[in-house]
Ligand binder design. Structure first.
Ligand code: ADP
Ligand code: ZN
Ligand code: ZN
Length: 739
């Protein structure tokens, strides 16, 4: 019998597998899908993942190379992860090897062993007690023993530092027989006592109904959308569900948006559970990430919490997936593999036959549509938990009113009243910097980015002009570069300008700005939050950083300075995003005893969407917005794929897309596919960005199936087009941003 051919995914953008012979001397039984191998590839040696075995190869036998080395004694990637990655690569039309590049911890891609490291663990000896008389005059040892007494599983060597355990004290305790240590590879399996460190809150009726509904769906694939107003106790429902998952001997995977992974979220989990929690987010090191991944894969982490890419964490005993703030844009990756972690999570839950819970106060229109059509069960929490009351919405028409750094006179009065009453005010403006434009009053010159079709934002404090699209920075000019006169004026307001103005208008109160610039330093945000939580009257000015996850009990007035962007924009998702932002920002207000007010400034204060949002709430708004999408044939009532291209010379990208469109038309005819429209190519809304000219071709389909049938063969053709190597191009399936 001929030896089987190994088919590998390699780190390459090419959408195909690569054939190799087995490395010499390796028993065939070890060559299972999911193992990693080192192979020669061109002039390099790379690490690939064995995807399948085959009886034959298209490559002639004498050209077929042998793999060099098997890296894993057992598959590093379990079958479930392999399957999810294959689905992902196929759906997003991405190379499988590169998909692994995004899905796996960096150290695994670099060939690090895929097994937990052996570690020394420290335990209390049987019967050892912190009040042991031998420790009467050894306070440090006594303290160390007290800390260890709180960890019945023992503490691994690597965590000693974090727990402020000093090795010298431990050695002395060891010598006294009060501790013992052992080297082992795995965390212990046996459990001590309860999963709970903290009592659960008694649920209200709506929470209990939601909990029961999801629990009834345990053990199989079931998708739930938990639409609960801000502060309605969604997190409490998650926590109680997770406890039941743990009791069933299973693991829970919780995804949260990028920006939410504050200590607040994590703390609620660690305070609640006596469980092993693995954390996966952008702030952790490579080694930590691999350890967390391995612990999850081997069933040694009970709860996995992470941001977008944590979706690809394998679980030995999967029990439940929770996507918090499921509407959040950070779940969609905007580069390379353009996947949507929420959508993939639903696929994963189906593959692994487990329930999934999507939660949000402002569900995406996609998820609401899925709830309306019965694909997801809709669970609602209409009331705030505890005593907090919902905020009151006021639309404030600013047409022909003077705006002072974005603030109208009635708003200014409302702010003054709130501060005088000893409460806090949150002013929301989704634009950082001082002013979005710098204009010469004499000749009309405008500060443009030299590399983009965009204006540069003035950052007055740094005396800089910055492009928010490509990062280009220039000194702030003192005279007009065109006419040399000196009457340069900032136009419009960003957070910096509003902050400055508020400080002048309300000199007796601190003004705190929270945006990407003011929190660039690592300790800046916690410092600002600490001041806010002291509860004294103050003004917060900020961008969407303020909208997410925070709890500001003393904020009773929220002002949205400018709701117009969401109503004017050409992007069909703009109004949805604006509504989500308004509701989320509003949700920061009055979460404790005092009721909150939300003032929305707009030039279109009577716009039906705004009226609906303010008077009937988010779900009513969403219903109306969905009707508009249906009428216009836009997602979720149609399906999009966007082919983007960019090149150094004008016209190049369009030429490539013209050819791509022609090829698509051929294929549509040849495959007899209907219901797909090709829109474009057209220049991108911002044609030049970072010095490249960009264009796009949009595919819009009434149903998903024909689009999926087209994309595979189409991309195979595109890869071979003459222009494919001179322009930079990418396909975005289910694009969120049409830019
Ligand atoms: P959400 O996740 O929907 O924003 P949280 O779970 O953070 O809401 O709950 C908001 C606040 O209400 C928290 O302080 C939480 O402790 C409290 N809370 C949640 N559920 C209950 C309940 N059943 N009874 C009393 N307080 C609750
Ligand atoms: Zn000028
Ligand atoms: Zn730029």
């Amino acid at each position: 019998m001929p030896a089987p051919i190994l088919r590998l995914a390699l780190p390459s953008p090419l959408r195909r597998l690569f054939d190799y012979r087995a490395p010499p001397g390796v028993p065939p039984a070890l060559l299972q899908p999911g193992v990693r191998l080192r192979v020669p590839f061109g002039r390099r040696v790379v690490i690939g993942v064995l995807v399948e075995l085959s009886g034959h190869s298209e490559v002639p036998a004498d050209k077929l190379k042998a793999a060099l080395e098997l890296l894993d004694p057992r598959p590093a990637l379990p079958a479930s992860l392999l399957r999810l990655c294959r689905w992902t690569a196929h759906y997003y039309q991405h190379s499988l090897g590169d998909t692994f590049g995004w899905a796996l911890p960096a150290l695994l891609r670099q060939g690090e062993p895929a097994e937990r490291r052996e570690e020394r663990w420290w335990h209390l000896a049987e019967g050892a007690r912190p009040d042991d008389p031998r420790l009467a005059r050894a306070p440090r040892q006594r303290e160390a023993l007290q800390v260890l007494a709180q960890h019945p599983h023992g503490v691994p060597q690597t965590l000693l530092g974090k727990l402020q355990l000093n090795k010298a004290s431990l050695d002395l305790l060891l010598a006294k027989g009060l501790l013992h240590t052992e080297v082992r590879q795995h965390a212990p399996r046996e459990r001590h006592g309860s999963w709970l460190l903290q009592a659960e809150l008694p649920l209200n009726d709506e929470q209990r109904e939601a909990l029961e509904a999801v629990r009834a769906g345990f053990g199989g694939f079931n998708a739930f959308l938990l639409a609960g107003v801000t502060g309605s106790g969604k997190t409490e429902v998650y926590l109680q569900l997770i406890r039941q998952v743990l009791e069933a001997g299973r693991q829970a995977l919780v995804l949260i948006p990028e920006i939410n992974l504050g200590p607040q979220t994590l703390e609620r989990f660690t305070r609640r559970f006596n469980a092993r929690i693995a954390l996966l987010h952008s702030g952790i090191g490579d080694r930590e990430r691999l350890d967390a991944w391995l612990a999850a894969r081997d069933g040694e982490a009970d709860i996995v919490i992470g941001t977008r890419s944590a979706l690809f964490t394998p679980l030995k005993h999967p029990g439940l997936i929770i996507i918090d703030e499921e509407h959040d844009a950070s779940y969609k990756q905007q580069e390379g593999l353009r996947y949507h972690a929420r959508d993939l999570a639903v696929v994963r839950a189906r593959q692994e036959e487990i329930p999934i819970l999507l939660g949000s106060a402002t569900p995406s229109l996609e998820s609401l549509h899925n709830a309306h059509t019965g694909r997801y069960a809709l669970l609602q929490l209409r009331q705030r938990a505890g005593h907090a009351r919902p905020p009151r919405f006021l639309r404030l028409d600013v047409k022909s009113r003077p705006l002072d750094a974005g603030i109208s006179p009635p708003l200014q009065q409302a702010i003054a009243r709130t501060l005088a009453a000893g409460q806090q005010v949150l002013v929301f403006l989704n634009r950082r910097g001082f002013a979005p434009t710098l204009l010469c009053h004499d000749c009309g010159w405008i500060a443009q980015c030299p590399r983009c079709d965009a204006r540069m934002t003035l950052h007055q404090r740094q005396r800089e002009l910055r492009c928010h699209h490509c990062g280009h920075v220039e000194r702030q000019p003192t005279a007009c570069p065109q006419c040399a006169r000196v009457d340069l004026r900032p136009v419009g307001a960003g957070t910096e300008r509003t902050e400055e103005r508020l400080a002048i208008l309300f000199p007796d109160y601190p003004v705190l700005r929270v945006d990407r610039d003011s929190t660039a330093r690592k300790d800046a945000l916690p410092r600002l939050l600490a001041i806010i939580h002291r509860g004294e009257p103050c003004l917060l000015v900020g961008t969407q950083m303020l909208a997410k996850g925070h709890h500001f009990p003393r904020v009773t007035l929220v002002a949205i300075l400018d709701a117009d962007g969401g109503l004017f924009s050409a992007d069909f998702r703009a109004s949805e995003r604006m509504a989500q932002l308004i509701v989320q920002v509003a949700g920061r207000a009055g979460r404790a005893e005092e009721p909150g007010t939300v003032i929305i400034q707009s030039h279109l204060a009577d716009h039906p969407l705004l009226v609906q949002l303010a008077e009937q709430g988010y779900l009513a708004f969403a219903g109306q917005a969905l009707e508009e999408r249906r009428a216009a044939g836009l997602p979720p009532f149609s399906h999009l794929a966007l082919l983007r291209a960019e090149a150094h010379r004008p016209g190049q990208a369009e030429d490539f897309l013209e050819q791509a469109a022609a090829e698509a038309q051929h294929l549509l005819d040849a495959l007899q596919l209907s219901g797909i429209e090709l829109l474009g190519p057209v220049p991108a809304p911002m044609e030049r960005r970072a010095g490249r000219y960009r264009a796009q071709l949009l595919l819009q389909a009434a149903s998903r199936a024909p689009l999926r049938r087209l994309l595979g063969p189409w991309l195979a053709v595109l890869e071979r087009l003459p222009g494919a190597r001179t322009v930079r191009w990418s396909l975005d399936v289910d694009p969120v941003d049409l830019y």
